[in-house]
Design a protein around this ligand. Structure first.
Ligand code: IVH
Length: 665
């Protein structure tokens, strides 16, 4: 980039960053995610690095962001509250270590103190002769706001230190936050009282600590973790780790179970990876880890540069939220006819993956979040789940925007949609709706159903659009001549499609049942049905009673299967498919192995893919059940488990982690 373009961008960046600083630090109304902010900051630092002569004293790199609200008393910090250099890649911990060693001209390994990076609000709590005298927010790093009245309401913070020899002065630095569970309860109460709910624990904590009325803070579940010192008088430490243990001794909360002293940088990288994989199980939100030189003498020797200490770095986790704009809202028709609104967004990276679509679930959800076309929204992606719109940034809403309503007619076939009383979704009920047909066919050919590898979603769309298939059985009537009618299909690809169709004819009864997409019949239930009825005819003539005899199947699922069985067209389809050459191999279920006789249900996100976990259970002789019942041997709970955990607890079923499960085999 040329110097003059650098200068223009630099001046722009300063304005943009200052604007976001004010929104974030002073008003608690961020409009962009931390990740996007950090990207702007990195860009600014990059320009400054390349053009040191451009750096001005008003650059955000020269001070920690934020102003102080007038309504609070302004209090200067005895020692400035600084910021940390950030990175998003654990490899950068190694780079930090190398820079550090070079700076101190040392080759020997450096001992690091590692702890979580709490995602709350920085606070300084001052103890004089063991008594809490003042608490100050970070503010702009030099001057903060006096929030003593609120901090005194936080029960986990001692008003008097637990020691008979208190130091004359102890400035404790740490982070105020709200535990995830408390946050959920608190939001529920807010909702019940008709008050606004908070987007996340951090916003709730920040909004609470800066209330003028301490009764409000007292009614909210704030907590605090100490991580460092300001000025002290009357107590001496040699290591960062000693500070944490001292805090613990005198009653200041610390996250002791998550701290670790590492003998070299690679161990700190391992620590980062361990905490990252564990973060969803933790009681509080963290956004990374902080790596600090453990020796306080070393910290003193190296000092700081601009706004951050040289002796510490923050390695952040890949962000799982980002901000983007909804370009349009499409209403998609699923294979059950459900009309699902989907936000089509300006592409944005979330957690390292580019996201363009997010489900809006149904009209109730759209109304609750008031999501509209043209809105700037915060999107979130957790693990493998479909991205979701978390929140609309209301002050960026275009003036002419209108609430979005799902149409009363199916967008695909135009027939009127229906909404059953006990359901939140509206559905197209036209059996000839082309969208329902396409989606049902896509499910039928999918990998876990009949596994027609060479027939993908696009091919299904063109086959239906060209009128070449109107039902499942039509797939097996396709031949080279009919396929040649499609655009862009070469002879080789036609040959592959035919091979794939032929190959799929040998399947299992379980896959076949699953392929029909009967409501409430997922892969596991299909396996149970196949195990129980053994052949297709017996399944097709199942009665309600015989269905209820299948382990795991309750009245709701039995009724849905009965509905399906009473649909002559569908049963005919099943028979036609058999005439067209579909055959079943008996599924080879392994009943020997360490898990023989044991049954499992999985909930939440595991460190491995779901199907890998299922194969591992089955290959070791275990059985997978569709739902939790008192007969279940184990519930395997991953991250963010669902209500199955409550059910298992109430039935006394053993709940185990993935690691516990691995021990079983
Ligand atoms: S040490 C010189 N340790 O991160 C600053 N900071 O960018 C030394 N933070 O708002 C800070 N958890 O409040 C440190 N375990 C931790 C932390 C932590 C969160 C926050 C800190 C500040 C920001 C620094």
């Amino acid at each position: 980039m040329s110097k003059s373009r650098d200068l223009l961008r630099y001046q722009d960046l300063i304005k943009i960053i200052e604007h976001h600083n004010s929104l974030y630090y002073t008003q608690d109304k961020p409009e962009i995610t931390d990740y996007e902010y950090d990207q702007l900051f990195l860009e600014l630092l990059e320009i400054e690095r390349a053009n040191p002569d451009l750096v001005t004293s008003s650059s955000p790199s020269q001070r920690v962001g934020g102003e102080v609200l007038d309504a609070f008393k302004k209090v200067p910090h005895r020692l400035p509250m600084l910021s940390l250099a950030n990175s998003f890649d654990p490899e950068d911990i190694i780079a930090f270590d190398e820079r550090f060693k070079k700076f101190i001209k040392q080759e020997a390994e450096i001992e690091y103190f590692c702890e979580p990076k709490f995602d709350g609000l920085a606070l300084e709590i001052i103890y004089e002769n063991g008594i809490l005298t003042q608490a100050i927010t970070r503010g702009d790093g030099n001057v903060g706001e006096d929030v003593t009245h609120n901090v005194k309401t936080i029960r986990s913070i001692p008003i008097k230190l637990k020691t008979i020899h208190p130091p004359a002065l102890l400035e404790v630095r740490g982070e105020v936050l709200i535990l995830k569970n408390d946050f959920l309860k608190m939001n529920l109460a807010q909702q019940e009282n008709g008050e606004a709910v908070f987007a996340n624990p951090r916003n709730a904590a920040a909004g609470t600590i800066r209330q003028l009325d301490s009764k409000i803070a007292a009614s909210r579940p704030l907590c605090f973790f100490g991580y460092g010192l300001g000025q002290v008088d009357g107590v001496k430490f040699e290591k960062q780790s000693e500070i944490s243990h001292y805090f613990d001794q005198v009653g200041i909360p610390v996250a002791l179970e998550y701290i670790s002293v590492c003998q070299k940088a690679q161990e700190a990288v391992d620590y980062y990876l361990k905490i990252e994989s564990h973060r969803h199980k933790m009681d509080f939100d963290i956004d990374g880890v902080v790596i600090k030189a453990n020796s306080l003498k070393l910290q003193d020797d190296v000092g700081m540069v601009a706004r951050s200490p040289r002796w510490a770095t923050a390695a952040k986790f890949k962000p799982e939220q980002a901000t983007t704009i909804i370009e349009t809202i499409q209403v998609q028709v699923g294979r059950t006819g459900a009309l699902t609104p989907v936000a089509i967004m300006k592409p944005v990276k979330v957690g390292g993956v580019t996201v363009t679509h997010a489900t809006l679930h149904n009209q109730d959800e759209i109304d609750r979040k008031d999501v509209r076309i043209g809105d700037t929204v915060i999107v979130q992606r957790a693990g493998d789940v479909i991205p979701e719109v978390v929140q609309v940034v209301l002050n960026l809403r275009p003036e002419d925007s209108k609430p979005f309503k799902i149409p009363s007619h199916c967008p695909s076939c135009g027939k009127s949609a229906q909404k059953l009383e006990d359901e939140v979704v509206s559905r197209c009920v036209n059996p000839h709706c082309p969208s329902i047909l396409k989606e049902s066919l896509k499910h039928f050919v999918s990998r876990r159903a009949l596994n027609l590898e060479k027939i993908g979603d696009r091919l299904i769309e063109s086959l239906v659009d060209q009128g070449l298939i109107k039902s499942y059985s039509d797939i097996y009537k396709l031949n080279a001549d009919s396929l040649r009618k499609l655009d862009r299909q070469g002879e080789k690809s036609i040959e592959n499609i035919i091979k794939s169709i032929e190959g799929s004819k040998k399947t299992t009864l379980a896959r076949f049942i699953y392929a029909f997409g009967i409501r409430f019949v997922g892969e596991q239930t299909a396996k149970l049905l196949a195990d129980h009825f053994i052949n297709l005819n017996r399944f097709l003539s199942a009665t309600n009673e015989s269905l209820l005899e299948v382990p795991e199947i309750g009245p709701k699922v039995a009724e849905s299967i009965q509905n399906w069985l009473s649909n002559k067209t569908l049963v005919n389809e099943a028979n036609k498919l058999i005439h067209l050459g579909i055959t079943f191999e008996t599924s080879k279920r392994n009943t020997t192995g360490p898990l023989s006789g044991l049954s499992f249900v999985i909930t939440g996100t595991l460190p491995v893919k779901r199907d890998e976990a299922q194969s591992l259970i089955e290959n070791n002789g275990g059985k997978i059940l569709a739902s939790v019942s008192s007969k279940l041997s184990y519930l395997i709970a991953g991250d963010d488990p669902g209500s199955k955990v409550d059910k298992a607890q109430s039935l006394g079923v053993q709940i185990i982690s993935w690691e516990d499960f691995l021990k079983l085999i």
